[in-house]
Design a protein around this ligand. Structure first.
Ligand SMILES: Nc1ncnc2c1ncn2[C@@H]1O[C@H](COP(=O)(O)OP(=O)(O)OP(=O)(O)O)[C@@H](O)[C@H]1O
Ligand SMILES: [Mg+2]
Length: 467
């Protein structure tokens, strides 16, 4: 069965600001590769950039461009049934995941189509399986994914979407007097982050104008939000009731201010939900490092990372740090003598407000203050890591299940079906010893004594997941 319609690509409601270079590079890469993943942190604009790349590449795909949003697919489950339904293939018979993947592949085989799979980070394993099948069996199909983490499929190319550019150099805030020609802030009017703020601010408060007088404060707001468009939009909407100066001051309590949107995506209604979505996808070790890094001023180097990690963990920080870079939680940037890292302000504030997970580290009250690490040599097992706040949609139901990685969740669901570790290994195409390790993790995380308990635990927690 073939798709009923020749594709679907939604129109943008607002103009795309400041992404010409990223989109051009994306179009070029999509001409060279059959699987392109648009990566970046929460709310940075991956979906917007991905859609624009698809739009500009459309004429190369006479059989259509299919934009399919995956947010509603439960974390760790197979997205193929959702994709089949979006393609108009109708209901499949209830059965194995491969059948659903096979249906999508057969429908697209022979077609010159582009599949834009939007929001993949919570279902990367399932998307990876589908993408690999398409690459092998539907040679004229290309896949454009947006995701906070890579799919890790052979042949995948990555396009990193950075935050919107900020004015450079940083203008000083001179309250109460208009800036004059020659002030360093004046050139900042055209910086994309500032332009986005100005557009959304004018929508919220028709009296708002981006004058040289308010530019330094607007720049400070955009800088505080690390140039992330979603955060800038949520902040600018507050100008209905606050002045820009008040808004800047209120950003000391960012999650109070960055909320209240009516976005169709629930993780975009407030910034805490947007970041929680990433937090729920990280394994406990990455979350611990995330909490530890919140004590550092950005940017920082590997030595600084080790200084906050070594008192709490036996192993080196390099592994979990690479993991946080992969999750688009920690951003890499070039430094004069090597790579530097940045935990965005809102991610740091999120970890601080999650309860100071690592009690021997006294987080600085604001970026800019000193990092203080107590000398006490606590081990990780001494530390009480409080449960995360309830996650938003993807890691869908609850914090306990959300603590499982997507792969662990798949394994747990297959245990509920009575499968042995060897059968699970065959089903998922991974080594049995890897499954053994996943099962040990699941038992530990759920404080469970047996597979039977896993089955009843998952049955209660994850009724919505069908892998
Ligand atoms: N360059 C831009 N110009 C105008 N608006 C933008 C731009 N980039 C992002 N936005 C707006 O910011 C918000 C977040 O963008 P988008 O949904 O593309 O982010 P995302 O990286 O896909 O988020 P998520 O990680 O949650 O999937 C949206 O409201 C979008 O319209
Ligand atoms: Mg998105």
């Amino acid at each position: 069965m073939q798709p009923r319609r020749p594709g679907y690509l939604a129109s943008d409601i607002t103009p795309l600001i400041g992404r010409a270079a990223d989109v051009t590079e994306g179009v070029r890469l999509l001409g060279e590769t059959r699987l392109l993943t648009v990566m970046g942190p929460p709310g940075v604009g991956k979906s917007r950039v991905g859609a624009q790349i698809a739009r500009l590449s459309g004429r190369r795909f006479p059989d259509g461009v299919w934009q399919i949003e995956l947010s509603s697919v439960p974390a760790g489950s197979c997205p193929a049934p959702h994709i089949a339904s979006a393609l108009g293939l109708g209901e499949g018979s209830p059965g194995a995941r491969d059948t659903e993947v096979g249906r999508v592949v057969s429908a697209l085989r022979g077609q010159r189509a582009l599949l834009l799979l939007d929001t993949c980070e919570h279902v990367v394993d399932g998307v990876a399986l589908l993408a690999e099948s398409l690459l092998r069996r539907a040679p004229r199909v290309r896949v454009l994914a947006t995701s906070r983490r890579p799919l890790n499929v052979p042949g995948e190319r990555l396009l990193a979407v950075p935050p919107l550019s900020l004015p450079d150099p940083e203008p000083p805030i001179r309250q109460g007097r208009a800036a004059r020609a020659g002030d360093p802030g004046l050139s900042g009017m055209s910086a994309p982050a500032v332009q986005l703020f100005a557009e959304r601010a004018a929508a919220a408060d028709p009296g708002f104008a981006l004058t040289p007088g308010v530019l330094p404060v607007v720049t400070a707001i955009c800088r505080r939000l690390d140039g992330v468009p979603l955060a800038i939009e949520l902040a600018a909407a507050r100008l209905r009731s606050l002045s820009v100066q008040e808004l800047l001051e209120w950003l000391a309590e960012p999650f109070e201010v960055l909320s209240g949107s009516r976005s169709m995506l629930s993780r975009h209604r407030d910034m805490r939900s947007a970041i929680e979505w990433s937090h729920a996808l990280c394994d406990p070790e990455r979350r611990d490092l995330w909490a530890a890094l919140s004590a550092l001023d950005a940017p920082f180097d590997l030595e600084a990372v080790e200084s906050v990690w070594s008192p709490v963990a036996a192993g080196p920080a390099a592994g979990p740090l690479a993991g946080l870079v992969d999750e688009s939680v920690v951003l890499r940037e070039p430094g004069e003598s090597g790579v530097l890292y940045r935990l965005p302000y809102l991610h740091a504030e999120f970890a601080r407000r999650a309860g100071g997970a690592l009690p021997h580290i006294v987080p600085s009250p604001r970026p800019g203050a000193d990092v203080r690490v107590a000398a006490s040599a606590l081990t990780r097992s001494d530390l009480a890591v409080p449960a995360p706040e309830p996650a938003p949609e993807p890691p869908s139901a609850d914090a306990a299940a959300a603590a499982l990685s997507p792969r662990e969740l798949q394994v747990a669901v297959l245990i509920t079906k009575g499968m042995t570790n060897r059968e699970i290994a065959v089903q998922l195409g991974i080594a049995k010893r890897t499954v053994d390790a996943h099962v040990r993790n699941i038992l530990t995380k759920g404080s469970l004594a047996s597979r039977t308990q896993v089955a009843s635990w998952v049955a209660v927690q994850r009724q919505c997941v069908d892998v």
